[in-house]
Every structure is written in C-alpha cells, then in structure tokens.
Design a protein around this ligand. Structure first.
Ligand SMILES: Cc1ncc(COP(=O)(O)O)c(C=O)c1O
Length: 359
C-alpha cells in the first residue's frame, strides 16, 4: 500500500542521530529550556531570516501566545476583530478565539484555496486590528497584496505558517509554526514556535510561554506553560538542515503529479512553479470525492481529506453556523489529499498517476 504519509520512513535516516541525541540528553540531565531549545531557536530564526524565535508547545499555542502577547503589549485589545480565511484548519480560528479576539472570515480564491485578497477590504470594520494569514497546504498566500492592505488599515499581520516551513518571507509582523510530526519539519511529538523581528514581542511571548515569568519565581504576567520540549528541540535541530532539500523533493513530486495526472474528473492544484509552495499537501478536487477515495483505496493508495468540515460549520463553532461561505463549503466537499512527502519513490508516484488516470 502507498501510504498517505510515511513518517517512519521520513525519520529513518535520522534514527541513529536521534538515539545519540537521547543519550546525550540523558547524560546532561537537564530537561526543560536548556541548550537544545536555545540552539534550535537561534537556528530556526536564522532559517526563517528573522531575528527571534521562541519555541513553544505546539502550533495552536504559537498562535494564541502571539496574540496574547500583542494584547499584553497594548497593540490589540480583547474583542478586536481579526481577519482570517474561512478555508483553513480550525486551529487558526481556535487560536484567535482563545486569545479573546473575534475571527472575521474571508472566502478563498477558488484557484489557490488561500484567502482571496480582493474580498478582504469589504470585511474590514472599525474593530478590525489584525489578520491571521494561513498558507494552506504549503502555498504562500498572496502576501504582497495582503501587506498592502495591512499598511493601508494599520493592521497587525500574523502568519499561520504551520503548513509553510521554508516559504519566502514578505515582511509580516509574526509567524507561527507547528512542528507536529506530519509537518514539513516535524518533531517526534508536539512542538511549535513563533518567529518575529520584534524584540519586545519575542520577550513577551517567551515570558508568556513560561508562566509569565522571565526570572524564575517572579511573574510579570498571568502566563501559560507552553515551552518547546528540550528533547524535541534536539530532534528538530537534526532535521532542520535537511528541510530545504526535503521541500525540493516535495516540489519534484508535485511537478510529476501536475505534468502526468490527466483526467477530466480531477482538478489539480494551482502551482506557479516557484518556491512559493512547499507542498505540505497535494490536494486535488473531484465532484464524487467518496467514490474517488474508495477507488484509490481499492487500488492500494491511501488518501486523506483536508478537511471534511469547514470551521464555521463545526459543532464547536455554533455562533458561526448562520454564516455562509459557498466557496469554502464547496472546497470542503470536493478535496482529496494524495500521498505527498519527501520519501515517495518514482515508482510510487508513477503508480499513483497511472491509477488516477484510469479513474
Ligand atoms: C494551519 C494550521 N494551523 C495551526 C495548526 C496547529 O498546530 P499544532 O497541531 O501543532 O497545534 C495546524 C496543524 O495542526 C495547522 O495545519
């Protein structure tokens, strides 16, 4: 069977180094916020071309802590509105709400699945103070247009880059990352980070992630406990130097799918051929999604749905059930994610193509 995502094989080349890292971790006997976290923060900041990186517990916390810090610093107030794509993973929305802010949904561009910049201004009100921009499936959202709108209305621009490790940086205020195991840069458990050039923000988030304390047992804020795990930081440091080449491999897989899949019943993703896509996922669309998924499964190809239910339609989001986002809803009914990773073989790609062309 061709797995949707073979994490074990992705991590296999690192196993000996992981073991060694675990051994040195045990020898050191320092478990929380040690040298590994500090080194990873420096290395990931450099990778992102940013001054500061703050390791946190996971990607959802990265979003919450970034917004909470902005509230603490007075850049945002509870109840402020944050523009966010309607077509995203629900964590983006949960992050805004848990920070005490109000999500305002904007429909996607049906071609890219990312937020449609042309529809943003109509949603901006007196209360709009920021945007949370998602690079869905690993494709850079239209940041140039978004930055322009941000300047025009003086909005904070936070990127939910959970699916976009390695994308070009276009000057937003903050980027939130997840290192969930299945991400392009995946830990062996939960992990996340916030990246920024703003020193005050970096300090505030660092403190917020550690009970609101900069100096042990002296608390400046009512903070959280959401620190990047020392051992996960050590594992991430071993994988980070390979991220660029792994993203290249993902793009090569995508190029083959795009040039070889040829079936009228299937809509392929938009890709401009540049480094504006890191193909966290390769998502196709089809009218009879369940039928296609069953056909692929019968032929030994595992697929996933990202995502089956739009955030505003989730049981947890009752206050938004009255809203209607036809493009978002249609996308959620039609998408199927094909096997995508840096370790798919040429034969496997060829087989997926052959089976899809025979559908
Ligand atoms: C777009 C997006 N935002 C946020 C998250 C949350 O990250 P985590 O699972 O590390 O909390 C994820 C991944 O799960 C995601 O895909």
């Amino acid at each position: 069977m061709i797995k949707f995502l073979d994490i074990k094989t992705i991590n296999e080349p690192f196993e000996a180094a992981f073991q060694e890292k675990l051994n040195s971790f045990l020898e050191r006997g320092w478990y929380i916020l040690g040298d590994e976290v500090k080194a990873f923060e420096e290395e990931f900041a450099a990778y992102c071309g940013s001054k500061y990186c703050i390791g946190v517990g996971n990607g959802l916390d990265a979003i919450i802590l970034a917004f909470k810090a902005y509230i603490e610093m007075g850049n945002l107030q509870e109840g402020d509105e944050i523009i966010v794509p309607a077509n995203t993973y629900i964590a983006s929305i949960i992050g805004i709400i848990h920070a005490g802010l109000v999500p305002v949904f904007v429909e996607p561009d049906e071609r890219t699945y990312n937020i449609d910049p042309k529809q943003i201004e109509a949603k901006i009100s007196e209360k709009t103070k920021g945007m949370l921009i998602v690079h869905l499936y690993g494709q850079l959202a239209p940041m140039d247009e978004i930055m322009e709108i941000g300047y025009k209305y003086d909005l904070l621009i936070v990127e939910d880059a959970a699916q976009g490790h390695g994308l070009p940086f276009k000057g937003s205020h903050t980027r939130a990352f997840s290192f969930y195991p299945g991400k392009n840069l995946g830990a062996l458990g939960d992990a996340g980070a916030v990246v920024t050039n703003d020193e005050k923000l970096a300090k505030t988030i660092k403190s917020f992630s550690n009970y609101g304390s900069e100096t042990k047992y002296y608390n400046d804020y009512l903070g959280f406990n959401s620190r990047l795990d020392e051992l996960q930081a050590g594992f991430l440091r071993l994988k980070l130097p390979h991220l660029t080449s792994e993203n290249e491999k993902r793009r090569a897989v995508a190029q083959r799918y795009l040039s070889e899949i040829n079936n009228d019943k299937i809509t392929l993703p938009f890709y401009d051929g540049s480094d504006n896509h890191v193909f966290h996922l390769f998502v196709i669309r089809t009218a009879k999604r369940d039928e296609l998924q069953r056909y692929l499964s019968e032929n030994g190809i595992q697929t996933m749905i990202h995502y089956p239910v739009a955030p505003h339609r989730q049981k947890a989001m009752k206050e938004f059930h009255h809203l209607s986002f036809p493009i978002t809803e249609k996308i959620h009914e039609e998408v199927v994610s094909l096997p995508m990773s840096s370790v798919l073989t040429e034969d496997e790609i060829g087989y997926v193509v052959k089976i899809l062309n025979g559908y």
